[in-house]
Design a binder for this molecule. Structure first.
Ligand SMILES: *Cc1c(COP(=O)(O)O)cnc(C)c1O
Length: 397
């Protein structure tokens, strides 16, 4: 019987030998800018909690009040018994925030992307998907019965050639889907140009704004606001577990699209809805994002990012064109990437080393994420430490 496990052990050993084995690290405190790990104080440089809202008193109060009133669990899928006032209220608020007719909550971004693409697109349809889109979009393409055409990353000219080539045989619906901010590179999608193409070729445009919502644009409405084309995005998907500090995801879109998903999206239909405290906290997060406090947090995030990246760039490190709070530092191969991440952890700084298959071979990187609640002086010290460790590796080669 033990032989059944031998394959798994061998596979894990092979991953280990290549420096590709992933392991979990436990955080023993709330996920703020500083955390306790292995019983010591550690600077967290790998958090998606960009505005620090995960520990904000107003979110905790909103979640606690909703839990006291509505209980812990939602008791069912939305179509059975799990559609509670906090779910509906958040959907109305996010639709208003994004300027769409309607919105729908999903249990997480992964469930949203798989459920949206599966629920809206069928055999006759084509999904045009950016080559660096998030894994949940890739899996959504697989779950959908539509044909998927992957276009080279952010390459609008190449996408137009693909659209033009398919045009003579056009029958079903077309959708162009892209991350708003690419999660491993920190670059913003060319949304204004994608809007031009979607209008020219009569396609829908879907943007996954997991890393843009709450952060980008003058009022935090995300990458589409940043690019000046918010009203032209047909399917505005985003997550609540990153800058909004909680959990879950949404799609903001026209009413017929939302109503179709309520009827057809399997991840929506066949899953217990979020605990009511979760959308209640998300509503509180939206209010903060839209307030002067939100503007102040965004300004601090931008300043922190600027200080951190300026140091790294001065040292000649390649940040892969990042213009956002996601700051990759190119390290090429898995072994030095993991060695650097371990050395940083030993020095009290937690950030991820990212390896294939998450990124292409030879494009391994340290991936740092900046928060509004980081102390700027500590960020600069962390940048110095990263530089010292990476330069030390070069010297040792
Ligand atoms: C994190 C992320 C998701 C998944 O969202 P979860 O709520 O964590 O499941 C989807 N898309 C992108 C671009 C992401 O970064």
């Amino acid at each position: 019987m033990n032989d059944l496990l031998a394959d798994y052990r061998n596979d894990l050993a092979a991953l280990e030998a290549k420096g590709m084995r992933r392991v979990l690290r436990t955080i023993e405190s709330a996920p703020a800018a500083h955390v306790r790990m292995n019983d010591r104080d550690t600077l967290l440089l790998s958090s998606n909690n960009y505005l620090g809202l995960a520990t904000h008193p107003q979110l905790i109060a909103a979640a606690s009040a909703a839990m006291a009133r509505f209980g812990v669990g939602s008791s069912g899928s939305r179509l059975l018994s799990g559609s509670l006032t906090p779910h509906r209220d958040f959907e109305e608020e996010i639709a208003a925030f994004k300027g769409t007719e309607a919105a729908l909550l999903f249990n997480c971004g992964y469930a949203a992307n798989t459920g949206i693409l599966q629920g809206l697109f069928n055999e006759d349809d084509i999904i045009f998907s950016d080559a660096l889109n998030h894994a949940s979009i890739i899996d959504g393409c697989r779950l959908s019965s539509a044909r998927t055409i992957v276009y080279p990353h952010a390459d609008v000219a190449a996408l137009e050639e693909l659209l033009a080539a398919e045009w003579p045989n056009r029958h079903g619906k077309w959708v162009i889907v892209t991350d708003g901010v690419f999660s491993m590179d920190g670059v913003i999608a060319p949304l204004a140009e994608l809007v031009r193409l979607k209008e020219k070729y009569d396609a829908l445009l879907m943007v996954d704004d997991a890393h843009g919502t709450g952060v980008l644009g003058a009022t935090g409405r995300g990458s589409a606001e940043f690019c000046g084309c918010a009203s032209a995005i047909d399917l505005q998907m985003g997550t609540l577990g990153k800058a909004l500090g909680g959990a879950g995801a949404y799609l903001a879109a026209a009413r017929p699209l939302i109503d179709t998903l309520i009827n057809r999206s399997r991840s929506f239909i066949f899953s217990t809805s979020l605990p009511p405290a979760v959308p209640a906290a998300a509503s509180a997060a939206l209010r903060i994002v839209a307030s002067p406090e939100g503007a102040d947090l965004r300004a601090r995030l931008a300043e922190n990012r600027q200080r951190f990246t300026a140091r790294l760039q001065m040292a000649g490190l390649d940040l892969l064109g990042s213009t956002t709070q996601i700051v990759p530092i190119l390290t090429h191969d898995p072994q030095p990437t993991i060695a650097a991440a371990s050395a940083l952890l030993a020095a009290g700084i937690c950030l991820q080393g990212v390896r294939p298959p998450t990124v292409p071979v030879g494009r391994c990187r340290l991936r740092a994420t900046v928060m509004a609640t980081h102390d700027p002086v500590e960020l600069e010290a962390a940048a110095e430490k990263i530089i010292a460790i990476l330069k030390g590796q070069e010297g040792a080669e």
